[in-house]
Design a protein around this ligand. Structure first.
Ligand code: ASP
Length: 332
């Protein structure tokens, strides 16, 4: 009998504590944030172009946040495994995703996608735009673009083209190349273009599209053959390499944009802190210099905000959906 009022009191205390927590948890969390390391999930293998961008930013972002930013490579299925993982992570700012334009092509490429890029995330901001290059192994029989076209057309059953998994941007670039020249090649998927590059360097695969964040040093050292860049103008880092557009693939343009995402429900003040860290990191002189050397364009600071990333993502989903559906390409 006497326990009843006590029990009621306990319930009352618990309820008030819960109410207090709900009222104060978001600002308190944001004030204390971050009080432990922050994980930035990279959806492709270590050493590849997305990983290069992430690791470049991790140190200055960590400096701004006052905590270490740890890189975690969660690979597979063209980046969709990592995106699904971050979509399901606790919305507390300690698990983030850096992803490229694959975020906008996945909804069209995958019939079954376990996350919705437009509903399951909070958006921190855009980061950098990186062009791609069309490469071949060093001892590939063709050396010029016309020779490449002639060779692949006459040896299509033998020529292989690597990519970072179905739905990766290297996959998309390869498909655009093949559809524009009207040839279907053997596609070899990897878990990122770092392992794909190892096989290209080793001569196990013939061709690959990949971002300049990985390819500029290999091209300069002559470790791979290059047939063109996917931007519409030539690149400062590779001034002698023509664009694919100027060599006859009219309108061929793949510019790989990147964004940083957090799970849906991450408190606004936490997103704001991450935005400040992103903008500070991209002003770091070393980051600026390294990205310039790799012909990668840091986006204007005005794009490093949630609304800018979300608007861009929406526009890119609208842009790539019809192209992919028209080509009838599916990754699953
Ligand atoms: N370059 C890769 C892609 O094709 C990604 C990576 O390995 O960073 O999407």
């Amino acid at each position: 009998m006497t326990t009843q009022p006590k029990a009621r009191l306990a319930t009352l205390v618990a309820a008030s504590a819960a109410a207090l927590l709900t009222t104060f948890s978001a600002p308190t969390l944001a004030q204390a944030y971050p009080d432990k390391p922050v994980t930035l999930v990279v959806p492709f293998a270590a050493g590849g172009p997305t990983d290069v961008v992430a690791r470049m930013m991790a140190i200055p972002m960590g400096k701004s946040l006052g905590q270490t930013v740890i890189i975690e490579n969660t690979v597979g299925a063209g980046g969709t495994i990592a995106a699904a993982k971050v979509a399901r992570a606790a919305p507390n700012g300690y698990t983030l995703l850096i992803h490229h334009m694959g975020m906008s092509t996945a909804p069209a490429l995958y019939k079954k996608l376990s996350f919705d890029p437009l509903k399951d995330f909070e958006y921190v901001g855009q980061v950098v735009d990186v062009p791609m290059t069309l490469l071949a192994r060093k001892d590939f029989p063709a050396s010029t673009f016309p020779e490449l076209l002639a060779y692949v057309k006459s040896h299509k059953d033998k020529v292989s083209m690597a990519n970072a998994g179905l739905g990766a941007v290297s996959h998309l670039c390869g498909l655009l190349f093949q559809s524009q020249i009207g040839v279907e090649l053997n596609t070899i998927p990897y878990k990122g273009t770092a392992p794909a590059m190892n096989d290209l360097l080793g001569g196990q695969v013939d061709l690959m599209c990949d971002q300049t964040t990985q390819t500029v040093p290999m091209i300069k050292d002559g470790r791979v053959k290059v047939f063109g860049v996917t931007s519409t103008t030539r690149l400062a880092a590779l001034p002698n390499i023509p664009t694919l557009d100027e060599q006859g693939l009219k309108g061929f343009e793949v510019k790989v944009w990147h964004g940083i995402y957090a799970p849906k429900g991450t408190p606004g003040p936490v997103i704001d802190k991450l935005g400040v860290a992103l903008r500070e990191a991209m002003q770091d002189p070393l980051v600026k210099q390294r990205l310039a050397e790799l012909s990668s364009d840091i986006v204007p600071q005005s794009k490093m905000y949630p609304a800018a990333l979300k608007t861009h993502l929406e526009a890119e989903i609208k842009k790539w959906g019809p192209v992919i559906h028209k080509a009838g390409i599916y990754a699953d």
